[in-house]
Design a protein around this ligand. Structure first.
Ligand code: B3K
Ligand code: ZN
Length: 863
């Protein structure tokens, strides 16, 4: 165990920094193992006199420190492991420091590090302090100018803002200078130096300014940046139209790097991307990759206003930029790809990740009030639930008042570091509504449960709905207040005709009743349409009501939801030992009808055909028995495959396209349906189906079809699996992003031997634990997406994960911490599994040199 107990940071302790850093001049002399950084800060005291200047700085070798050109002697400052403290300073002065750092040894991938021989940075949240001494907090905004010197074999020297000078130097070195006119916090600083190919284009903004767009990629990869570039231009146009936001610099750059801790980063004018979220072509990327690229390119671009122009006062306000920006990217994707399909995918992700988080020991409010490591709070709650809150705000206020609130926020807080309170105040003012109760959504953790009971009075032709809400306690919050929950409700007849259009009922008390007159017959309730609030809904609907919704609800989200609920209940019944065979037949039949509905899009049908995932099912059954759930889900899949075999084979054939690949939503929808058919047919691998699957795989001309054929063959197991995996490896051994898929498909293999195979794969020459993509492809995929095998009764899956966490924590604490969550869910599983999971958490906690990142999550998981 660590002997020192790290102290949490608390929102209540926020104090403004007592100095302004008016300008920041950085000079980098880049060398892989010994880079020198000279920083010149123009400092002005803004707080009451007498306070010392305390700068953050970690893992820095301090070479010199001077005030107004006068070197400080050793007794005039104190440099410890985390700070540089200068007790006495003038009120206005220039501080110059010089430090040396070792980017090549930096495998934490935060600060300045090297990826594939190139220098790059990642500063959010607290990486800048490993580059130089600075007040590394989001509320200190400064105007940056940067000079970079490097060897000539790194031709591109990039930083934020506009290039102002470049030239050659002695010894085959060269330099570039950049000036960013917009004051920014240190977390938005970026630097890249490397040998890169560049793809350029331009965009004319709504006020007629010409912006140069450049995407930098590894040599030879330029063609794979085309889709990202196209997405960027669409995002720029969309933000002008939907939010009135225009880009502000003359240059916008994106750089792709292979080693990156997460998806991408919105540094001002110089976004840095994990190459997996930027590079795509038909041969190497799936439709899901294209979709993610479009969304993430847009997300990082949208941050230019929601994050960069207006940033966070402190890291507790992280949702201010992240929740809002996710809402913006989801709205963009809905406009690009269809609202219903997008909403279903977003809700699926929300439930799988955020509802799981809210139901476990790591539950926290969208605006937390304390943390040990802010890195641990880039969570589904901050991002996805943060976005749901904005969505509800829009539902409650209406589109017009919502837009007015946004406009007010952008004009009032431009150039500031602000708070969630200030943000909500803009909407309260614009709509003239009291939003004080709404604010509880930010402060209260946990997923609310909503129940609706309906009572129809045939004589009076009136329907009475009784709505109730409650939220179970979460760590540190034993009792909960009622929240304002918008519940969108419509009514259908039993024949599937609409009886009443959608109305939003605002449930803002523990219990309320609504009486609707003029309801001609006993209705079927379609509640929480479009998933109008992030809650768990229970109604008194009978299965027959759900079949009405499944067949006819004009709200496509609820049509899908009805099917999922029917399937879930059938799977849970079977896993619990009471299979409902008649119900299963009926479900397969109704699904068959839905699949032949000509009015429905293929993308939507693909979602109808996908059963609730195993991770989702483990969330719904408490205590969860992943093996039983896996078997029950497979049984329903088999029933569908048998009952609908002819239809699935016909659709599989019809959805095949002879046309050239297009990444658009329509073509992707057809591929999704075809792959969903293949996936279902694999449950019934008789000769005809098996040869169809092999044919699918062999004939595939794009990565979506190829993966759509490969995974079912892996599921079938035996020789078919070995043949397919080895041919895939041979074809793609030199393509890192495709090889990641090869690893992750094996981690999702449902066959009983998968644990041994995954453990063996860690010794494969292509397994690189220092590369987060590769590590996650294997380790995270097993732990998060293959519950039946990860939760092996022997505990071997848990042991494997704990070993990986400890190994990775030695060099990359941020990535190691992200692997803890699957073990943290121990309370939700069968006691014998839970005990084994806990045992591994205890083993990790007992380790002497844990990072704060892992320590925080492991401790919370055990408490
Ligand atoms: N803002 C970054 C995330 C930074 C994560 C730091 N641990 C990417 C994004 O959300 O857009
Ligand atoms: Zn973001």
């Amino acid at each position: 165990m660590r002997t020192d107990t790290p102290q949490p940071i608390r929102l209540a302790d926020y104090r403004p920094f007592p100095f302004a850093i008016e300008t920041t001049r950085l000079e980098f002399d880049l060398h892989p193992s010994a880079t020198r950084v000279r920083a010149e800060l123009a400092v002005r005291r803004t707080g009451a006199g007498g306070e010392p200047l305390v700068l953050n700085g970690e893992r820095l070798k301090l070479l010199s420190v001077a005030i107004d050109g006068q070197p400080l002697s050793a007794n005039q400052y104190l440099a410890d492991a985390e700070h540089l403290t200068i007790p006495e300073t003038p009120d206005q002065f220039v501080l110059t420091t010089e430090v040396e750092i070792d980017p090549q040894a930096n495998k934490a991938l935060t600060g300045l590090y090297m990826s594939g021989g190139r220098f790059c940075t990642q500063c959010e949240a607290e990486g800048f302090r490993t580059i130089t001494y600075f007040p590394d907090r989001p509320d200190v905004l400064s105007r940056f100018s940067v000079r970079i010197e490097a060897d000539g074999h790194l031709p591109h020297l990039l930083s934020n803002g506009n290039p102002v000078a470049q030239g050659s130097l002695e010894g085959a070195r060269h330099f570039a200078e950049w000036v960013d006119p917009f004051p920014k916090p240190s977390y938005l600083f970026a630097l890249v130096a490397g040998d890169l190919d560049v793809v350029s284009d331009h965009f004319v903004t709504m006020s007629g300014r010409q912006v140069t767009l450049k995407i930098f990629v590894d040599p030879g990869q330029a063609a794979r940046a085309a889709y990202a570039l196209d997405s960027l231009k669409r995002a720029m146009t969309w933000d002008e139209e939907a939010f009135g936001r225009e880009y502000d610099l003359d240059l916008f750059m994106i750089v792709a790097v292979r080693d990156f801790n997460f998806g991408a980063m919105e540094n001002k004018g110089l976004n840095i991307f994990n190459s997996s979220l930027l590079l795509a072509d038909a041969k190497t990327a799936t439709d899901a990759d294209f979709e993610r690229i479009e969304a993430v390119v847009a997300h990082e671009y949208f941050h230019n206003w929601t994050g960069n122009r207006i940033t966070c006062r402190d890291w507790f306000q992280l949702c201010l930029k992240e929740g809002f920006t996710v809402f913006r990217d989801q709205s963009f994707s809905a406009d690009m790809r269809g609202a219903a399909v997008q909403r279903i995918k977003d809700v699926r992700a929300l439930r799988a990740r955020q509802f799981a988080e809210d139901a476990g020991p790591l539950a926290h409010p969208v605006r937390p009030s304390s943390y040990l490591k802010i890195d641990n709070f880039y969570t589904a709650t901050i991002y996805e639930k943060g976005s749901e809150i904005i969505r509800m705000l829009k539902t409650i206020l209406g589109a017009k008042a919502f837009r007015q609130g946004c406009d007010l926020y952008f004009s009032r807080h431009d150039g500031e570091a602000t708070t969630v309170e200030a943000f909500i105040a803009c909407f309260a003012e614009a709509s003239a509504r009291d939003l004080s109760q709404f604010f509880a959504w930010y402060e209260q953790a946990g997923t609310p449960s909503v129940t609706i009971a309906s009572d129809y009075d045939a004589e009076a032709k009136a329907l009475t709905l009784t709505l109730r809400q409650s939220t179970a306690p979460t760590p540190g919050q034993p009792s909960k207040r009622p929240l304002p929950i918008p519940v969108a409700i419509g009514l259908l007849s039993h024949e599937g005709q609409s009886l009443r259009d959608t109305e939003v009922v605002l449930l803002d008390r523990e219990e309320m009743t609504v009486r609707w007159e003029g309801v001609a017959e006993t209705p079927v309730l379609s509640a929480l349409r479009g998933f109008s609030a992030p809650v768990n809904l229970t109604t008194d609907a009978r299965p027959s009501d759900r079949y009405v919704l499944f067949g006819a609800d004009p709200d496509l989200f609820n049509r899908w939801e009805a099917g999922q609920t029917l399937a879930r209940d059938l799977i849970l019944a079977r896993a619990g030992g009471s299979p409902d065979e008649v119900g299963e037949e009926r479900y397969a039949q109704a699904l068959g009808q839905a699949l032949v509905d000509d009015a429905a899009e293929p993308a939507f049908k693909a979602l109808l055909l996908s059963l609730p995932s195993e991770p989702d099912l483990t969330l719904m059954a408490e205590p969860a028995d992943p093996l039983a759930l896996h078997a029950a889900r497979d049984a329903l899949r088999l029933r569908i495959a048998v009952h609908l075999g002819d239809l699935l084979r016909r659709l599989h054939g019809e959805m095949q396209s002879g046309e050239a690949f297009s990444a658009d939503a329509e073509a992707a929808g057809r591929r999704a349906l075809r792959n969903a058919c293949a996936d279902t047919l694999a449950a019934d691998p008789h000769d005809e189906n098996l040869s169809r699957l092999e044919g699918h795989y062999k004939a595939s001309r794009n990565m979506t079809d190829m993966i759509g054929g490969l995974y079912p063959l892996v599921c079938v197991g035996g020789e078919a699996r070995e043949r397919a995996l080895s041919s895939f490896y041979t074809a793609w051994a030199t393509e890192p992003l495709v090889l990641d898929k090869w690893f992750s498909i094996q981690a999702r293999d449902p066959n009983p031997d998968v644990l041994d195979r995954v453990i063996a794969l860690t010794a494969h020459p292509a397994f690189e634990p220092t590369n987060p993509n590769r590590l996650r492809a294997l380790v995270s995929t097993l732990a998060n997406f293959n519950p039946a095998r990860f939760h092996d009764p022997s505990g071997a899956g848990y042991r494997f994960l704990a070993d990986q966490i400890l190994a990775v924590d030695r060099f990359n604490p941020m990535t190691a911490a992200r692997l803890v969550e699957p073990l943290g869910a121990w309370r939700r599983f069968k006691p014998e599994l839970g005990a084994l999971m806990r045992q591994e958490l205890e083993r990790i906690a007992a380790h002497p040199d844990l990072s704060k990142n892992v320590l925080e999550l492991v401790t919370k998981s055990l408490t």
